[in-house]
Design a protein around this ligand. Sequence first.
Ligand SMILES: Nc1ncnc2c1ncn2[C@@H]1O[C@H](COP(=O)(O)OP(=O)(O)OP(=O)(O)O)[C@@H](O)[C@H]1O
Ligand SMILES: [Mg+2]
Length: 224
Amino acid sequence: MIQLFNVTKSYGGESPAVKDLTIQIPKGDFVYVTGASGAGKTTFLRMLYAAEKPTRGQILINNQNITRIRGPQIPYLRRKIGVVFQDFKLLQSRTVYENVAFALEAQGKKRYEVSKKVYQALKEVGLEHRLQRKPLELSGGEQQRIAIARALVVDPLILLADEPSGNLDMDVTLDIMRLFKNANARGTTVLLATHDHSLHQRFPRRVITLEDGKLIADQQSYQG
Ligand SMILES: Nc1ncnc2c1ncn2[C@@H]1O[C@H](COP(=O)(O)OP(=O)(O)OP(=O)(O)O)[C@@H](O)[C@H]1O
Ligand SMILES: [Mg+2]
């Protein structure tokens, strides 16, 4: 469960990036976060994994108040959260295997367990034959699927995806949506920031719309 109470984030400019946002997202929800460029989508997602601190208001994740979370606690929060960015943020000098294994190794998992989970996650995204490649030896769509495998390999409670298909064609985008749907079906709460309305048309789910940092619409969808 994600709860925001009157959350405002100001970077110091005249107008806050997120304004007085109050919202509840139950466990297992699938939510699109939409709004024009600059509306505050990325800021909203970044606050949920403590990459930004709110200026005012409270954020609770599974009843844990992360508003004033401090350095040493942040890794524990991030274990619960998988993040996928538009620009992938893969480690270029590491292999596909190492990129996906990284989070599990950081958790101190045993080596056989790491290799089993990495293989499963790569199989899920259809890239188990690319283990030893470096990210730059892969296509954009393949890199994005690796980034998704990396986010999902830890079985996160929450998946945050920020324009994950921004530069990719429709076939790859649908493939990525299938992965998010599968993760959601296994119980992961998914928040997906996107400009792409066709995703919602194909796969209707709850839509949150931001405008100038304010929540202007929150539409449930009972289809799909
Ligand atoms: N690190 C920062 N420092 C100062 N201002 C920022 C910072 N990050 C974002 N902003 C400002 O906050 C507002 C919201 O930005 P944000 O990136 O959250 O929007 P967005 O909805 O994700 O936009 P886009 O669709 O272009 O990705 C914008 O006015 C932006 O210029
Ligand atoms: Mg953004």
